[in-house]
Design a protein around this ligand. Structure first.
Ligand SMILES: Cc1cc2nc3c(=O)[nH]c(=O)nc-3n(C[C@H](O)[C@H](O)[C@H](O)COP(=O)(O)OP(=O)(O)OC[C@H]3O[C@@H](n4cnc5c(N)ncnc54)[C@H](O)[C@@H]3O)c2cc1C
Length: 471
């Protein structure tokens, strides 16, 4: 008898654990809900809501195949005890995830227990090296994983209902959840939506993507918006990659699609770093960088995360993010750079607060990007974004800012960009030029140190991309 465990792989198509696990007369599909995991580093109710959209669809689709979905509430130790009492001869089927430390620690003990008894099968999910880590062979391995055949939808089963299962189904479980609905324009989850987005992007929306992705105004529609779906597995990365390869030859916007293709590699390149070095969740990639910023100032951090910095463009980005749970790459980088350089706050404190607002929170990407935008990797050139320059470049007439902060409707674009609004708006939280200058000098003087360079070389060997690129 097989037990299939679902986590962030909430789909019917190309789901190896579900595909292989249900290929048996007796198969039990279980979603594991651990309250503590959802309170972990960077996790939030917004993300849970998206996950529940996806799970609801999976539950309905499974029902059509005569397979009920069950929800186990508890951690993996409790799950193991439950399995051993009820199904002591079962075999576990699950996909691999690189996730926060809480999940890793919890599942490691569980996996070891079943591996010792040869009662577990773990399948690869993204293009990550989980064994035999070798940076030099990484791209080759990624390509090999991404071009494997797509698994079809699972077969319809003969109805089977084992006795003694005292687990809730999806409806009973989700009706008990108090889901956060503060995000007014929140992205809806589910496999159907994921496929719709992918097709509309590859066939139409992606035209102009490479240029439009930098602007918060255009990126919302010109970017694929698949990150949330990829993070919660409502579509597999392999499906996206192979559909892209199919679309390129006949596309009238090939250049844009090549730009998108690069990003699918980056997705796994970043997650690999956390997989290889889980300590990155709390420690800087370059060990000397943890000494840079002190304990942080909670009052400053609160103003930053609430979008009350006095810089209209940055505050508008935060309002937008709080409504939608998503913002484009350039704005994420600017928000983070502002906290780490201009406000000089430790990334370990700011990172989880920002992650909670991203519905697409993917710990490997988020934590490594946060570190990059904070100048603590040692292998990437520090880039300090100017909020004033970004404001002028991305929203010249300030109309987008006004749409997010209507209280500024009567002000000129210039005074908005330069945050010269006197008493009419919030006081600016820092001097943007002086704070950037100080940060640049501090970071570069540390990078000039002989020991810093030596350690940076070690970081490169472990984590550095072997391809020349800019992110
Ligand atoms: C501080 C910071 C935090 C971030 N946190 C996350 C996160 O938690 N989850 C997340 O998916 N992305 C994160 N990103 C990367 C990027 O901003 C998002 O992937 C992108 O904005 C998602 O929108 P999209 O799906 O429309 O992207 P598209 O531009 O359409 O890209 C397609 C896919 O490629 C991947 N991708 C795109 N850009 C990157 C990148 N720079 N690095 C790695 N993968 C990339 C994503 O899976 C994305 O869905 C972060 C970036 C920064 C600067």
């Amino acid at each position: 008898m097989n037990i299939i465990l679902l986590h962030r792989d909430l789909r019917m198509y190309d789901n190896p654990a579900l595909f292989h696990g249900t290929n048996a007369e007796e198969a039990l599909v279980v979603y594991v809900y651990d309250k503590k995991y959802w309170q972990g580093n960077g996790k939030s109710g917004f993300q849970l809501k998206f996950a529940m959209d996806c799970l609801g669809e999976v539950s309905n689709n499974l029902k059509n195949k005569n397979i009920p979905l069950h929800v186990f509430e508890g951690n993996y130790e409790e799950l193991k005890n439950w399995i051993e009492v009820n199904f002591p001869k079962s075999v576990i089927y699950m996909n691999h995830f690189t996730d926060i430390g809480y999940y890793r620690n919890d599942t490691n003990v569980f996996k070891r227990f079943y591996a010792d008894q040869k009662r577990i099968k773990i399948f690869e999910n993204f293009g990550i090296q989980t064994k035999n880590f070798n940076r030099d062979a990484w791209s080759f391995d990624w390509q090999k994983i991404m071009t494997k055949p797509i698994l079809s939808e699972i077969k319809t089963s003969t109805p089977w209902s084992p006795k003694n299962i005292k687990l809730n189904g999806f409806e009973e479980f989700s009706s008990k959840l108090n889901l956060n609905d503060q995000m007014t324009e929140y992205q809806i989850g589910g496999e159907r939506k994921a496929f719709e987005l992918m097709h509309s992007f590859l066939e139409e929306r992606g035209s102009g993507y490479a240029l439009k992705m930098s602007s918060p105004v255009e990126a919302e529609f010109a970017c694929s918006r698949l990150s949330t779906h990829i993070a919660f597995g409502s579509i597999s990365l392999k499906t996206v990659y192979q559909s892209l390869l199919e679309a390129i030859p006949n596309s009238s916007f090939k250049k844009d699609l090549y730009s998108f293709k690069k990003r699918l590699h980056w997705h796994c390149h970043f997650i690999q770093k956390l997989e290889t070095e889980p300590e990155l969740e709390f420690s800087s990639m370059h060990p000397m960088c943890d000494k840079l910023r002190g304990d942080g100032d909670n009052e400053i951090i609160e103003k930053w995360i609430k979008g009350e910095t006095g810089f209209p463009f940055l505050d508008a980005c935060m309002q937008f993010l709080k409504k939608k749970g998503w913002i484009n790459f350039r704005m994420r980088a600017m928000i983070m750079s502002f906290a780490s350089y201009n406000l000089w706050q430790p990334w370990q404190k700011t990172s989880p607060l920002l992650a909670q607002l991203f519905i697409d929170y993917e710990p490997g990407i988020h934590i490594c990007q946060v570190q990059m935008q904070s100048g603590v990797t040692g292998i990437n050139l520090p880039r300090i974004y100017s909020v004033i320059k970004q404001s002028k470049d991305q929203d010249p007439d300030a109309s987008w800012i006004k749409s997010q902060l209507p209280q500024l409707n009567e002000f000129s674009a210039d005074s908005i960009h330069n945050a010269e609004l006197a008493e009419a708006y919030k006081e600016i939280i820092c001097d943007p030029k002086a704070s950037a200058k100080k940060a640049r000098e501090t970071i570069w003087s540390m990078r000039a140190d002989k020991d810093f360079k030596k350690l940076a070389q070690d970081v490169y060997l472990k984590h550095g991309s072997r391809m020349k690129r800019r992110a």
